[in-house]
Design a protein around this ligand. Structure first.
Ligand code: FES
Ligand SMILES: [Fe+2]
Length: 382
């Protein structure tokens, strides 16, 4: 399964006159962004699913305001280098070849080593200048993803991504992915994990009620209801970059519980941009892997992959992935149109204070030099 929704295809209110793309661009231009925190937090970020980078393959990637040349060397190790050749500025991953553990620039053939980005060969010169080097970024190739470490102060990784044993050992099998492009500040997406009230508001109406918030409360669908209970809790140090979410899902049909779709979820937020949601269903266990990939200050590409144990029928795994996508598309309609609320009006309640705690928890991923959105481009069309 591979369901992709790019910007302008979901999460906006159509008016019957303009195309969805025109509406999306209009909302994007007119929207008050709000007093947003820095746009690129520090931590590990998904670059690409591991199987999409074959040996000797190169991929140009834009993420976190960086332009990168990603490649897999002949031994199978992935490398991410700054994309532009120091010679005359060609993009290394647009036509560059992989040779051994190097990438060769397509323009004049200089070769750069993946491990440290040093130029090790210039076809027409014996002496290689010291400054002939590009930055090589820390990479982790684990759980089916290639992750990149980003830190605005240039720190080396201060934590690593835990391996999911059942994926690495092949006990769980891959059943598909979804990809959504969301027009919002990155922090809005993980905040959902600590927002327990929205669960029954936004995700309560049955899946058949669809993804359009305007229609999903229609009387007609009232016989079917998802019921959620949830907790959110940050880990104590030294694992303060993690937070745990427990979620319980039940389905009610005309007020009667339908046990087939009971789902117990134990999720970990791993830094600012990765969530691993392990679940137990009536058929067996599995995991959703969520990767939030900031491609622009206010645009996130969000990929969900699903892996399940052998006892889970493929059709059921695909249903779970589709169900998740439908629920996520409801969130997108909120995110695409909202502003970032710098000073939310909260009421005295454990629910709102949980969101406050999430704000505090997330602020650890910003540092002094974290990039801020300083200007608005004349046109934000895409
Ligand atoms: S631009 Fe890369 S070798 Fe000349
Ligand atoms: Fe949500």
């Amino acid at each position: 399964m591979d369901r992709t929704r790019v910007l302008g295809t979901t999460g906006y209110v159509p008016d019957g006159v303009l195309s969805m793309k025109e509406i999306a661009n209009g909302v994007r231009r007119r929207r008050r962004v709000g007093d947003i925190p820095p746009v690129y937090p520090n931590g590990w970020f998904g670059l690409i699913e591991s199987h999409k980078l074959a040996i000797r393959q190169t991929v140009p990637i834009s993420i976190l305001g960086l332009n990168l040349a990603l490649f897999r060397d002949e031994k199978g190790n992935a490398h991410a280098l700054n994309a532009y050749c120091p010679h005359l500025g060609a993009h290394l991953a647009v036509g560059g070849r992989v040779l051994g553990n190097c990438i060769e620039c397509p323009f004049h053939g200089w070769r750069f080593r993946g491990d440290d980005g040093k130029c090790v060969y210039i076809p027409y010169a014996d002496k290689i200048p010291d400054v002939a080097q590009v930055k090589s970024w820390p990479i982790q190739d684990v759980n089916g993803w290639i992750y990149l470490w980003y830190h605005a102060e240039g720190l080396e990784p201060t934590w690593v991504i835990p391996e999911i044993e059942d994926i690495v050992k092949g006990n769980w099998t891959y059943k598909g992915r979804t990809e959504h492009h969301v027009n919002a500040h990155i922090e809005e997406i993980p905040l959902n994990g600590a927002d327990v009230i929205h669960l029954n508001q936004v995700h309560g109406p049955g899946l058949v009620a669809g993804v359009d918030l305007r229609h999903m409360y229609a009387r007609f669908w009232e016989f079917i209801k998802h019921i959620w209970t949830a907790t959110w809790e940050p880990y104590p140090p030294p694992d303060g970059h993690l937070a745990s979410i427990t979620l319980k899902h039940c389905l009610n049909l005309c007020g009667v519980p339908f046990k087939m779709l009971n789902l117990d979820v134990f999720a970990r937020q791993i830094g600012p941009a990765i969530v691993y949601l392990e679940f137990r269903s009536i058929f067996g266990k599995g995991i959703y892997i969520q990767s939030v990939i900031p491609t622009e200050p206010m645009v996130q590409k969000v990929v969900h992959n699903i892996y399940v144990s052998k006892s889970v029928p493929t059709l059921f795994a695909k249903f779970l992935l589709l169900a998740e996508a439908i629920q996520f598309e409801r969130d997108i309609m909120i995110w695409n149109n909202k502003q970032y609320q710098h000073k939310p009006v909260f009421v005295k309640s454990k629910e709102d204070s949980l969101m406050m705690r999430h704000r505090r928890w997330f602020s650890q991923f910003y540092s002094e030099n974290s990039p801020r959105m300083t200007f608005q481009k004349e046109s934000l069309d895409w």
